[in-house]
Design a protein around this ligand. Structure first.
Ligand SMILES: CC(C)(COP(=O)(O)OP(=O)(O)OC[C@H]1O[C@@H](n2cnc3c(N)ncnc32)[C@H](O)[C@@H]1OP(=O)(O)O)[C@@H](O)C(=O)NCCC(=O)NCCS
Length: 155
């Protein structure tokens, strides 16, 4: 298995994985996520591709794209409350359901960590939905810790 930056020709395969994540989000948070995987959402991968501040990483096994991640370079300017913050954000992340529990996601995080260090970042950030306890277990297993929470109350 190899982890590398995506080529444009990988993006249709990446979209199959993006649909898996979207379906998971729709099932877990139906009042937030739109069902289906509309053309607009399919095309959005090309908006990401064209964005100089974003990268798409893929894991490939025997010619199959079995995992992907979207990375974003984030600079939050200083404000009256906070210092400036620079970090690498993991915006989207998925391993194909047929390849899970074989270390693919761990290999992608290792690759992302190396890229972040090479580019001078001192911090990687991501956010996730609370229902997704499998993802939480994975992120904690590879060393992420929770530093902030969103809370809600339905009326
Ligand atoms: C979360 C996800 C990326 C993990 O990918 P993976 O390739 O299966 O992960 P790895 O094989 O590298 O797992 C490494 C370790 O993480 C933990 N882990 C991974 N998946 C887990 C799960 N479903 N439940 C509990 N622990 C889990 C385990 O400690 C695992 O080590 P082990 O297999 O030796 O027990 C994958 O399940 C996935 O794509 N889920 C759907 C999409 C998603 O939720 N994306 C993230 C939020 S947008």
């Amino acid at each position: 298995m190899v982890v590398r930056f995506a080529k444009r020709g990988d993006l249709d395969a990446v979209n199959i994985l993006r649909k898996e994540v979207n379906d998971l989000h729709v099932a877990g948070k139906p009042e937030v996520f739109k069902p289906g995987f509309a053309q607009e959402l399919r095309n959005y991968i090309y908006v990401i591709w064209d964005d100089p501040e974003k990268d798409i990483v893929v894991a490939e096994e025997n010619g199959d794209i079995c995992g992907f991640a979207v990375l974003a370079h984030i600079v939050r300017p200083e404000n009256p409350f906070m210092y400036q913050r620079n970090f690498l954000d993991v915006d989207e992340f998925c391993v194909s359901s047929s390849y899970r529990r074989h270390g693919v996601a761990t290999a992608m995080i290792d690759f992302i960590r190396d890229i972040a260090k090479e580019r001078g970042f001192h911090r990687i950030e991501l956010n996730m939905w609370e229902f997704n306890q499998d993802a939480l277990a994975f992120y904690e297993a590879v060393g992420f810790t929770t530093y902030r929470r969103y809370m809600e109350m339905f009326l």
